[in-house]
Each structure stands twice: as C-alpha cells, then as structure tokens.
Design a protein around this ligand. Structure first.
Ligand code: NDP
Length: 286
C-alpha cells in the first residue's frame, strides 16, 4: 500500500480562502479581527514564526500587530503589557511567542492572558473546557491535526489512537481531542516500555517527539493513519519529521509530510481562533 498524503499546505490555502470571505463579511458588519503578537528577545526561530503568523493573517484580511520587546524585559513589564492588551477592545487575540527569557515565568504569562483572547488555547480555563468537551479555543497544533483527519473523512470514533509525546502544547491536547472524538487513546512518552509494540497497534499514530526519523515502518500497522508533528533540523539545514517518511508511506493508508504537513495548519488554526475571539468578544454570530 502507498499512503495518500494529507497536504497541510494545500488544506491551509483552502481554509484561508474560506476565512478571507468570512473576514470580509465581518468587516461589512464593522468588525476587523485583530491579533497582537508579543515577541521578546532575538530568538531567530521565534522571529521567523512571528513573521509567518503576520503573513498568514494578512492573507485572510485579519489585522495584526507585533509588539517587540528586548530580551531584558521583566516579568512585571510583560504582565503590565498583557493587562493593557486585555483591556484594549480593538485587540481580539493575544499571543505571546514562546519560549520566554529565563527571568519570565511562562505559567504567569499564560495565566495573565484573558481566556476570551487566548487564541493559543493554553490558558488553564480553556484547557479545562477542552477536557470537558465544551466549546473553546483549541490549541492550534492539535486543532490542526483533527482538522486534517476530518478533511479526509478519516473515521476517528472507535479507532485506537496512539500519541507519542505528552507535552502540554501537542501530545496531551491532541490525545484529549481524539478522545473527545470517541477514539480509544494510548499515550506514550520517554518512559514507555513497549513503544514499538504499542505504536504498531495504532489505527491512528501521532508522532510528536522531536527526534528525526524515530518512527520507522516497524512502528506502523499496515493501513494506519500517520500524523507527523515533529519538526527537526538536519545537519544539512533541511527540515524533517519524526517519521521516516519513505518507509512509513509504504505501510500507512494516510500520512502527513514534513514540511507541508502539520506546520502550516498550526498557523491556520491560530487565525481561525482569532476570528472566533473577535466574534465572541463582539457578540457577532456567523
Ligand atoms: P517536547 O520536547 O515538549 O515533548 C516531546 C515529547 O516526546 C515528550 O513527551 C517526551 O517524553 C517524548 N519523547 C522524547 N523522546 C522520546 C522517545 N525516545 N520515545 C518516546 N517518547 C519520547 O516537544 P513538543 O511536544 O513541543 O514538540 C514535539 C515535536 O513537534 C518537536 O519536533 C516540535 O518541533 C514539533 N512541533 C511542531 C509543531 C507544528 O506546528 N508542526 C508545533 C509544536 C511542536 P517525556 O515527556 O517523558 O520527556
């Protein structure tokens, strides 16, 4: 079997076109969704992510602004800025780009963002709502993964989903969303004893580890759906996933590539969340 590729870049383009039309309609009602991104310090990867977010927002007509602060910014200064953004009615979504300089506690920052403007879906209130299956801002990468599965009408209900990785931003929430869709979910991590055996039992396998090509064909059941979240930079500078794509695609039924897989979907879902925030804060249906 050669797997069908789920191309996240193409799906993102489609979704952004839909959002563009939605944003135009909102603008006619006097609402311009606005995302403010806060970037602290000079981390090149963070700078490039923020640029990508700005570009994608512009493609959909969402207005965005970037607040750049020096690496020496104190926690108090950042919390003060977040408070001002919480109170600014022209700002609908607030995103503080991670990682933060060591003098600033990530937890404090995440908890300071008003849950109604938390377009990253990291605030404990929104995580709690997600766990309870309530309508809320879903964290962008897991939301993108579920959207990719649904775009191909892949059945989740009753399937055995194995998630490798248990981070707060990817592994844990993607497992929860799969559970919400009635999958039977197994979480694996660095202390899991029989990783290969568990993975090879998955109907849906999510690799969110951060180790290039850790998941070879031996970890994949014939016909499984394989979602590769990993973004790893090789010595030659190219990007690759956690899955050994070439061997895996011969066994899987569906597979996501890296690049052009989960990555573009993450930014796209951020835009979806920004539109949701703008509508929610303005009480506009649609
Ligand atoms: P973390 O480093 O926070 O988590 C990695 C997880 O993998 C941990 O739970 C860890 O286990 C587990 N793990 C590490 N080594 C092994 C191993 N040998 N066997 C089994 N499990 C292992 O990473 P993130 O969740 O933030 O990201 C994961 C990957 O996804 C990275 O490559 C990252 O760049 C990428 N990513 C991609 C995004 C996208 O948009 N496509 C968005 C976010 C991340 P333990 O908990 O026991 O330490």
């Amino acid at each position: 079997m050669t797997a069908e590729i789920i191309n996240g870049k193409d799906l993102s383009t489609e979704l952004k076109l839909e959002m563009k039309a939605e944003v135009e309609a909102l603008k006619e009602k006097g609402l311009i969704p606005h995302l403010t991104v806060v970037l602290i310090g000079n981390n090149p990867a963070s700078k490039s992510y923020v640029k990508g977010k700005e570009k994608a927002a512009a493609e959909t007509g969402i207005s965005s602004s970037i607040v750049e602060l020096p690496a020496s910014t104190t926690e108090t200064e950042l919390l003060q800025l977040i408070q001002e953004l919480n109170e600014d009615t022209s700002v609908h979504g607030i995103l503080v780009q991670l990682p933060l300089p060591e003098q600033i506690r990530e937890k404090k920052v995440i908890e300071a963002i008003h849950p109604d403007k938390d377009v990253d879906g990291f605030h404990p209130i929104n995580i709690g709502k997600m766990m309870a299956g309530e309508d809320t801002f879903l964290p962008c990468t897991p939301y993108g993964i579920i959207t990719m599965l649904k775009s191909k009408n892949i059945k989740i209900e009753g399937k055995h989903a194995v998630v490798i990785g248990r981070s707060n931003i990817v592994g844990k929430p993607v497992g929860q969303l799969l559970l919400n869709e009635n999958a039977t979910v197994t979480y694996c991590h660095s202390r899991t004893k029989n990783l290969q055996e568990l993975a090879a039992n998955a109907d849906i396998l999510i690799a969110a580890i951060g180790r290039a090509h850790a998941i070879t064909a031996d970890y994949i059941k014939e016909g499984a759906v394989v979602i590769d979240v990993g973004i790893n930079r090789l010595e030659n500078g190219s990007l690759t996933g956690d899955v050994d794509f070439e061997s895996a695609k011969e066994k899987a039924s569906y597979i996501t590539p890296v690049p052009r897989g989960v990555g573009p979907m993450t930014i796209t879902m951020l835009l979806k969340n920004t539109i949701k925030a703008a509508k929610g804060l303005s009480n506009i249906e649609g």
